[in-house]
Every structure is written in C-alpha cells, then in structure tokens.
Design a protein around this ligand. Structure first.
Ligand SMILES: Nc1ncnc2c1ncn2[C@@H]1O[C@H](COP(=O)(O)OP(=O)(O)O)[C@@H](O)[C@H]1O
Ligand SMILES: [Mg+2]
Length: 371
C-alpha cells in the first residue's frame, strides 16, 4: 500500500466524501439550525461550495489578506507560508482551504486532527507530499501531541524523521520534504499550543456573517440549485440563519422542499415563513432546543444564575453541546448572560418567550435594576 493510501485510510468512516471535503461527525444533536454538517447533506453542501476566492461571499478582511499571500507566492513561484483558519463551524474554513489549493492550482490533501492517531500516520502523509501540495488539516487542535511535534519540524524545516523497523532494531531516518503548505482549520484557536500557532505565517479569523452577506449566499445558492428565489424570501432565510452560511444553505433547501411539496413551487416569502415554521425555526433563528434552554432558564431556574451543567441536564443535553453549539448564539444575540455565578437570562430572553421577568432578576441591567 502506498503511503498516500495509508494516510487516507486513517480518515474516520463517513468523514471523507466525494469532493474530498471532511467534516467532524460527532454525536452532536443535529437540528435544522445546527452549525455542524450532517452526513447525508455533504453532497448537497459540496455542490454549493464556491470554488474561487472571488465567489466567496463576505469576510472581506480575510479575503484581502489571503489574496495578497497567494499573489505574492505566485509571483515568487514558491509555495506560500502555512495558513491557519479559525472560527465557528459553518463559516467557510473547509471551503477556503479548497479555494486556496484551487487558486494555487496545487493538489490538495485532506486530513484532520482526530484522523491522525499516531505520529506514523502523519509521517506517511508528509513523506508522500508532492512539491507545492496543500495539506489541509481540519480540527488541527485535536492532533495528538507526538504528531503535533512532528508537524512543527516538518512545517519549519521541511524534514520528517521516518522510523524504520520495530522495537530495539528501529532506526529513524531523516527525510527531506519538498516545499508544501499546511492549511490548518480550527474552531478553537485558543486550544492551539503557541509553538504550533507560531509556525503559521498567516492566521485568518472568520466571523459570523451579516444579514446582507447571507442574503447573497442564498441568492447564489438558489442560482446553483436552479430555483427562483424571491428576494423577500432570501432576506427571511438570511435573518434566521444565525450568521452562518451552512445554516442559510440548509434552510434554503428546506424552503425549496416545502415549496415543491406543499406550495406552488415558488420560493416566495410565504413559502419561506411556512417552511421555517414547520422546522420550528423562529424569527430570531432560534430552534426548539434554543428555546428549551431559555425556557428552562426563565421557568425552572427563575432566570438563573444556574450552572451550565445543571442547565444542560434540564434540557437533556451534554454540557459540551450546550456550551459549544447552543450558548454562543444565545450570548451573541443577547438572550443569555455568562456570569461568574452561572448562566442567566437576559431581558431579551423573557421578552422573546413572552414572559414577565421577575423584579430584580439577575439578567436585568444594573442601570435599571440595581440603582
Ligand atoms: N463565504 C461563503 N460564501 C458562500 N458560501 C459559503 C461561504 N462560507 C461557507 N459557505 C457555504 O457553507 C457551507 C459550509 O462551509 P464550510 O467551509 O464547510 O464551513 P466550515 O469548514 O467552517 O465548517 C459550504 O457548503 C459552503 O457552500
Ligand atoms: Mg469544515
């Protein structure tokens, strides 16, 4: 078996799909507003991925910086520096990695932190890289320590020590590598050890998208799906997509389903509203689970503060799920507050649920409630 095949085989089952992209397939609860991709929708997603930098909507800062790095590398005729892309799920990290390879006209190798169990797996991949190849390592913060150390050396010195043989007879042979570019992606930049972070010449932070940008994303996706999308429907979908293109595209597909099966086939505002009602996505982009969290917080815990794990148990979810997938959006939209004593409901949460906040509730801003 070639080293290349060996490297590929280590990808987790179901993790690698036809366009070569890779996504985490964890046991996260998949709802229509989950920022993670669900395995069956991979092909649909791949069809909607922009292929070139100029088709990539929004993220102006990262796009400008990236195009400079790529143009400079092209002008010098050399592989560009290693690049790290960080940001929440569904904002375009994998898409950008593919675009980088496409813009460089370079081959792309795809793996992920969890797929590399042993340093040997990484050695197999590294030693089979072609000159100028782009090595995309998704979830790079989840690399095991020995692989991480091997990667530092490879990134800096373009060298890898290949271990030949087993046990006492094993010897390590240093192998020079051709110039290549690592593109790392992480949802948790803070978890990346400094020595690894320092080896990236470029770090791009992706941020949530604005409503205008998401409208453009769904507009383009509708063209690719060959459906006609009324502008008011595009705006409606955009405003309920939690700043996340993956969710916007998914909601668009659900609206298309509704229009084709229950509606007149037209993707108009009525179809958008009806479809989103069926999928229980409300006008602020909150789904059933989000509302369950807020209801528990306001009802059962009288607005809090309450510990994260207690709150998670109350809605029957893992603490990590609530922390990484539900809470960030609720905090960003001003529904939920992180306080030193736990999670508390903000006034907007009571309002959204149509409830009266109790006098002196924790979430009441100090100016109104304390002075
Ligand atoms: N800037 C963008 N413009 C258009 N579509 C985008 C953009 N960012 C993401 N998408 C779409 O959203 C989906 C998820 O993007 P992906 O790159 O897989 O996110 P991540 O790797 O950050 O989780 C893709 O199918 C892609 O079509
Ligand atoms: Mg990804």
């Amino acid at each position: 078996m070639s080293a290349r095949a060996a490297g590929r085989e280590e990808e987790p089952a179901g993790g690698s799909f036809d366009d070569g992209s890779w996504e985490a397939t964890e046991d996260a609860p998949h709802t229509v507003t989950s920022p993670e991709s669900m395995p069956p929708e991979r092909t649909a997603e791949a069809a909607l991925r922009p292929r070139r930098l100029e088709e990539f909507v929004g993220q102006q800062v990262v796009r400008d910086q990236l195009s400079l790095v790529l143009d400079a590398a092209a002008a010098r005729g050399r592989a560009p520096e290693h690049m790290l892309l960080s940001g929440p799920p569904g904002l375009g990290k994998t898409t950008l990695a593919m675009i980088i390879a496409a813009e460089l006209s370079a081959p792309l190798r795809i793996t992920s932190g969890p797929a590399i169990q042993h340093a040997g797996d990484l050695a197999a991949i590294l030693s089979s890289l072609d000159e100028g190849e782009v090595l995309f390592i998704d979830e790079i913060h989840r690399l095991a320590r020995p692989a991480e150390e091997m990667l530092y050396i490879a990134m800096e010195d373009f060298r890898v020590d290949v271990v030949v043989g087993k046990g006492v007879g094993a010897t390590s042979i240093p192998l020079d590598l051709p110039p290549f570019t690592v593109v790392g992606a992480t949802t948790r930049a803070g978890l990346l050890p400094a020595p690894l972070r320092d080896r990236f010449g470029f770090i791009g932070h992706l941020d949530f998208y604005g409503a205008e940008e998401l409208r453009e994303v769904v507009r383009r996706s509708a063209v690719r799906l060959e459906v006609e999308l009324e502008d008011r429907a595009a705006i409606e979908i955009a405003s309920r997509s939690r700043g996340t293109p993956r969710i916007a595209n998914r909601l668009l597909r659900r609206v298309r389903d509704w229009a084709q099966v229950r509606g007149s086939g037209a993707l108009d505002l009525g179809a958008a509203k009806e479809a989103l009602r069926v999928y229980e996505v409300d006008d602020r982009g909150l789904d059933r689970l989000d509302r369950a969290v807020l209801s528990a917080l306001c009802g059962r815990f009288a607005g809090g503060p309450v510990g994260l794990s207690t709150l998670a148990v109350a809605v029957g979810e893992e603490t990590e799920t609530v922390e990484t997938m539900i809470e960030p959006y609720l905090v960003r939209e001003g529904f939920l507050l992180r306080t030193p004593r736990g999670r508390a409901a903000a006034p907007a949460a009571w309002e959204h649920l149509g409830l009266e906040p109790p006098a002196g509730a924790e979430g009441t801003p100090p100016m109104l409630g304390r002075f």
